[in-house]
Design a protein around this ligand. Structure first.
Ligand SMILES: Nc1nc2c(ncn2[C@@H]2O[C@H](COP(=O)(O)OP(=O)(O)OP(=O)(O)O)[C@@H](O)[C@H]2O)c(=O)[nH]1
Ligand SMILES: [Mg+2]
Length: 447
């Protein structure tokens, strides 16, 4: 799948200081996680893994020990328990065999809460203010204007910081997500309006019939009434074969670890395997498909990550009004999101897209139920060919049906790209017989 996000640089070579500074912000819980898991190229310039539990050791940078210190520090304390590494998976997730590297190895600039930039700017301005005060006390000339300017700048930045803080207070991590986040899995949400086929798609991803006992409930009326979690094991889904954490330079593999393979001759890229033995530069693995292979360690691209899919209630019903949906569902806290639509974009869907863009959550647009549009277009063509006699029935030849199908899909894609600048929309149908058609295989990167 192709994500809408592009890689962003968080930390350059030798810039490890910014890591410790990041620890001072409320978002550090997320950032340390991200930094800890980035790929090999990045791990060279990052500090070693810092878990939330080791946060205390990071301490506060000196700038924060000023008059406003308590504001940031107390908030930090308050959230210590609550704010888990909800979006750490973004950086570590990658999809093989497809176009995208999800999360692109960086943390988003606009993760929820006060940004690192804001915190750093506040520190800088405080230091500036202190220096101006000192000079003023020492009776140096011309310091008054400098002092006033520094005060003004600081109060502006502090207002921004407080606004970001308030925003986070209004949009806390929902309880249901907080618990699941500690599992260390990739949190993926399926969201969109009610009835667009979110739960049906979950079943399609899990290769289940809607009628199977453990399938997600689907129906013509509003059905999913609370966020429901589905974990994927290697045998039932595809996602955990596609998401991986890139190996760090110094990371050693050991028997039993599940890994994702790169381009191994004769194997599909992105194959999943279990490590059986490690000897120097060679690893013996058992592919999920069965065979045991001895491969060069360079073909191991990372350790496989499990994925949890959250089938969310639909937005915009009286039960889940648009006004409170973002807050109730905690959309901004997910690692990756599938935004499902089944017709034209509605205001609610645009709101979701905006939120995802704002918080830089990687997301994919899926246009479901294309079978209905195609059937309807074919019917229209046939009706056009029929005469006035109601009894006369005309069936479009196979070739023409194919043409109408392609045209319908193209039309849907053009609509999203021209109206909303969304260049990649996966046109799918979750109907069982159509799960290998249209963009469904590429949506899943299914082999
Ligand atoms: N023809 C067709 N029908 C679909 C498709 N996907 C879902 N449906 C039907 O659409 C209806 C709604 O599907 P659900 O999966 O329950 O939709 P949902 O988005 O989960 O709905 P809520 O849980 O209420 O938010 C059901 O009757 C499904 O059988 C599809 O691709 N094609
Ligand atoms: Mg549902």
């Amino acid at each position: 799948m192709q994500s809408f996000l592009r890689p962003r640089v968080l930390c350059r070579e030798g810039d490890t200081d910014s890591v410790s500074k990041a620890c001072s912000s409320r978002r550090c819980f997320a950032s340390v996680g991200w930094l800890a898991v980035v790929g090999t190229e990045w791990s060279r310039c990052m500090v070693p893994m810092v878990r939330p539990s080791t946060m205390a050791k990071c301490g506060q940078p000196p700038g924060l020990r000023s008059q406003r210190h308590s504001f940031v520090a107390s908030g930090l304390e308050r959230r210590r328990k609550r704010e888990r590494v909800l979006r750490r998976g973004v950086a570590e997730a990658a999809i093989l065999g497809g176009v995208a590297l999800v999360g692109a190895l960086t943390r988003p600039k606009s993760a929820p809460g006060p940004s690192e930039r804001l915190v750093q700017e506040t520190q800088r301005l405080r230091a500036e203010l202190e220096a101006a005060r000192k000079e003023d006390l020492e009776g140096k000339g011309g310091t008054r204007t400098r002092l006033q300017k520094a005060l003004r700048r600081l109060s502006n930045v502090q207002a921004e910081l407080e606004a970001a803080q308030d925003d986070q207070d209004q949009y806390p991590i929902p309880g249901y997500l907080e618990e699941a986040a500690s599992s260390g899995k990739i949190m993926m949400a399926i969201t969109g309006a009610s009835g667009v086929g979110k739960s049906s798609l979950v079943n399609a991803f899990r290769r289940l019939r809607d009628s199977d006992a453990n399938a997600a409930a689907t129906g013509v009326k509003e059905t999913t009434m609370e966020p429901t979690m589905y974990s994927f094991s290697a045998s039932e889904g595809i996602f955990n074969q596609r998401f991986y954490r890139q190996l760090r330079d110094d990371e050693e593999l050991s028997a039993g670890v599940r890994v994702v393979l790169g381009q191994v001759p004769g194997q599909a890229e992105g194959s999943c395997a279990e490590v059986l033995k490690v000897c120097d530069e060679t690893v013996q693995v058992r592919l999920d498909a069965g065979p045991v292979l001895d491969i060069d360690v360079k073909h191991v691209v990372g350790t496989a990550l499990d994925v949890v899919i959250w089938d969310l209630p639909g937005v915009g019903t009286p039960n889940f009004p648009q006004a409170t949906y973002l807050r109730r569902m905690g959309i901004r806290y997910f690692d990756v999101v599938l935004l499902i639509t089944s017709s034209r974009f509605t205001e609610a869907e645009l709101m979701l897209a905006e939120e995802l863009r704002k918080f830089e959550v990687p997301y994919f647009m899926v246009r479901n139920k294309v079978d209905i549009d195609i059937a309807s277009e074919i019917l229209r063509e046939e009706e056009a060919l029929e005469g006035d006699d109601d009894e006369e029935e005309c069936e479009l030849p196979k070739e023409d049906r194919k043409k109408v199908t392609q045209e319908t899909i193209n039309c849907i894609k053009t609509y999203f790209s021209s109206e909303y600048s969304v260049d990649r929309v996966y046109c799918v149908s979750s109907r069982r017989k159509l799960r290998n058609k249209h963009d469904f295989p590429s949506c899943l990167n299914a082999p």
